[in-house]
Design a binder for this molecule. Structure first.
Ligand code: SF4
Length: 307
C-alpha cells in the first residue's frame, strides 16, 4: 500500500462550481482523467500485490448494475489494453427477477462496450420472499443464492477467476462487523478460494475508496440499477458501521487509510490467538520476531543476541 495522502475528489468538484459554464466540460474531463488514473493505479497495484490476474486467465466480472461493479469492469477493460499479461474478460449479470428490474439496461450497455457477456436468469427473488419472514432483512440469503449461482456459472463458461466489485470501505466495514458482532478478527480478503475449492474470487478494487468510485461512476454516467428494487432495507448493523467509519473519515482524515494499512501489518505475537501464535512455546533468550526481521509467525524464532 502507498502512503500517499488521500485526496477527496469532491473537493475538486466543489471548487469547480465557481468556474462558470464555459470550462465545465473541460473540468469534468480533467476530473474524470484524474480519478481514472488513481483507480487504475490502485487496481493495478492490488492485482500485482495479490497476483490476482495471470497470463491466460479467463476472468468473469460480476455486474450487478451498481456503481462498484460498473467501475470494476470499466477499469479492468482499461487495464487490459496495456497489461503485460493476456487475459480475457467476460461480464456476467444475474437477473434475480426482482419486480421492476429493467432487463434491457445491462445488455444495451455491454453491447455498446463490445465486451463478451451473459445474462443469467434465476428467480432467487421468489425463493427469498418465500423463506424470509416479512419485515426481516433478505440480503443475507439473497447474496448467498446469488454467489452460488454465479460460482456455478463460472464453471460453465470456463472462467478460472471471478472478479467482484468490493472496495476498501467494504473490507473495513466487514472487519468491524466481524469484530463488533461476531467476535472475530476477520475482514473480506482481496483474493480467496471458495469453500468448495473450485473458484478463485478476486477483489481488484480492494485498494480503492468508495467515494472515488462513487464520483467516477457519476462522471461516467453509468446506467445504475438500484439494488433495493426488492424492497429490502440495507442490513442495519452494516449501516451503523458505515456511519461510524464515515464519521471518523470526517473528523480524523487519514484514519481510514491507516486502518486499512493495519490489515496488511498483522503481528500475531501481539494478539492473543493461541492457534495463530505459539505462546506456550515461548522461551527465554529468544524473541519471536515481528515482520521484516520481526515476523510474529509461530515458530519463526530469531536469536535476540544476534539482533
Ligand atoms: S437489496 Fe434486495 S436484491 Fe439487493 S442484496 Fe438485498 S435482498 Fe438482494
Amino acid at each position: 500500500m502507498s502512503d500517499i495522502q488521500y485526496q477527496d475528489p469532491l473537493s475538486d468538484i466543489a471548487a469547480d462550481q465557481d468556474g462558470g459554464d464555459a470550462s465545465l466540460e473541460r473540468k469534468r474531463k480533467l476530473r474524470l482523467n484524474k480519478l481514472q488514473k488513481r483507480l487504475r493505479r490502485e487496481t493495478g497495484r492490488a492485482i500485482e500485490d495479490f497476483k490476482m490476474i495471470e497470463e491466460g486467465d479467463r476472468v468473469m466480472v460480476c455486474l450487478s448494475g451498481g456503481k462498484d461493479s460498473y467501475t470494476l469492469l470499466d477499469i479492468l477493460l482499461n487495464l487490459q489494453k496495456s497489461a503485460p499479461v493476456n487475459f480475457e474478460l467476460v461480464a456476467v449479470n444475474l437477473d434475480q427477477k426482482q419486480p421492476g428490474f429493467p432487463e434491457h439496461i445491462l445488455p444495451a450497455y455491454l453491447e455498446s462496450l463490445g465486451v463478451p457477456f451473459h445474462i443469467v436468469e434465476r428467480d432467487t427473488y421468489s425463493i427469498v420472499k418465500s423463506v424470509v419472514p416479512e419485515g426481516k432483512t433478505t440480503c443475507g440469503l439473497c447474496s448467498r443464492l446469488r454467489r452460488g449461482t454465479l460460482y456455478g456459472f463460472a464453471d460453465e463458461i470456463g472462467a478460472n477467476k471471478i472478479a467482484l466489485g468490493h472496495h476498501r470501505d467494504d473490507i473495513l466495514e466487514t472487519f468491524f462487523l466481524n469484530m463488533f458482532y461476531g467476535g472475530k478478527l476477520k475482514a473480506m480478503p482481496p483474493k480467496l478460494v471458495s469453500d468448495d475449492g473450485k473458484n478463485m474470487v478476486i477483489r481488484p478494487l480492494a485498494y480503492s475508496r468508495e467515494k472515488d468510485i462513487e464520483a467516477y461512476s457519476e462522471l461516467k454516467a453509468f446506467p445504475i440499477i438500484p439494488c433495493n428494487l426488492c424492497g429490502s432495507q440495507e442490513n442495519l448493523q452494516r449501516q451503523v458501521i458505515k456511519e461510524m467509519l464515515q464519521g471518523w473519515d470526517r473528523s480524523h482524515p487519514g484514519r481510514i487509510e491507516t486502518m486499512f494499512r493495519s490489515l496488511q501489518h498483522v503481528v500475531p505475537s501481539h494478539l492473543a490467538d493461541t492457534g495463530l501464535f505459539d505462546f506456550a512455546g515461548l522461551e527465554l533468550g529468544f524473541a519471536h520476531g515481528i515482520r521484516g526481521g520481526e515476523d510474529g509467525v509461530a515458530g519463526d524464532r530469531i536469536d535476540i543476541l544476534s539482533l
